[in-house]
Design a protein around this ligand. Structure first.
Ligand SMILES: N[C@@H](CCC(=O)N[C@@H](CS)C(=O)NCC(=O)O)C(=O)O
Length: 219
């Protein structure tokens, strides 16, 4: 079997998702550290985004496609149920998280702390303030979703859970979103339960260069 390479920076939530997937499937891999829009990444992802994957002759972009490949190409636990309803619900939560929660709300908010684009590099308060109402609503949505079983779908740890946990990790370390997470009791319990899972814990990324921890305290 050729070596499976995950190409991307460990701090990317989507690179982390793929590392969780590999761990859950029992697939050995090597992480090839690379930033977006660098030659190794551009060679695979048409938009230069991370993660990218190389496995023998196979090259793939996009975390959902990469997860599909790993889930189907290797034996081990099934990460997206082959049952039509359970599988579709898993896709539903991946889609909601990727297109609404991550892209529109969480990513701009987290970026306003770590890549603020302000003259003095201080947090970008207008972006943070504008994200807060949506963040609150989407935390409440996720709280309801995990209330019954502490999983997004059924009683198993599926790709839907793997997909959301890295983003929750970043949100948990920031002031407003950390408080909101703690105020949603089902989501807080879900986070504490699954962040301790070996596949998730083992790929916790080091803080960005120049920072000693992920936590940013409130004012
Ligand atoms: N839809 C993509 C999103 C990947 C993504 O946004 N990656 C970020 C890092 S977490 C990135 O490469 N950002 C650089 C850019 O958007 O130009 C996936 O699921 O893989």
């Amino acid at each position: 079997m050729p070596e499976l390479q995950i190409i991307g920076a460990p701090q990317s939530n989507y690179v982390w998702v793929i590392r969780i997937v590999c761990h859950e499937k029992g697939v050995p891999y090597s992480l090839v550290p690379a930033m977006p829009h660098t030659p190794e990444v551009d060679a695979v992802h048409p938009l230069g985004k991370i993660p990218a994957l190389r496995h023998g002759n196979v090259t793939l972009a996009e975390s959902r496609a990469i997860s599909f490949y790993i889930d189907r190409a290797f034996s081990g636990p099934v990460l997206i149920s082959r049952d039509p309803t359970e599988g579709a619900l898993t896709e539903q939560w991946i889609s909601i998280v990727n297109t609404h929660f991550d892209a529109l709300v969480a990513r701009p908010y987290v970026g306003a702390y770590f890549f603020p684009g302000t003259p003095d590099n201080s947090p970008n308060r207008p972006v943070i303030e504008s994200a807060l109402p949506n963040l609150e609503a989407q935390f409440a949505m996720l709280d309801r979703a995990v209330a019954k079983t502490s999983h997004l779908v059924g009683r198993n740890f599926t790709l839907a859970d793997m997909n959301v946990l890295p983003m929750l990790f970043y949100l948990q370390h920031l002031p407003e979103s950390g408080s909101m997470l703690r105020c949603n009791p089902h989501l807080a319990a879900y986070y504490e339960q699954h962040i301790a899972r070996p596949s998730v814990k083992e790929a916790v990324p080091p803080p960005f260069p120049g920072r000693s921890s992920w936590t940013i305290q409130g004012e």
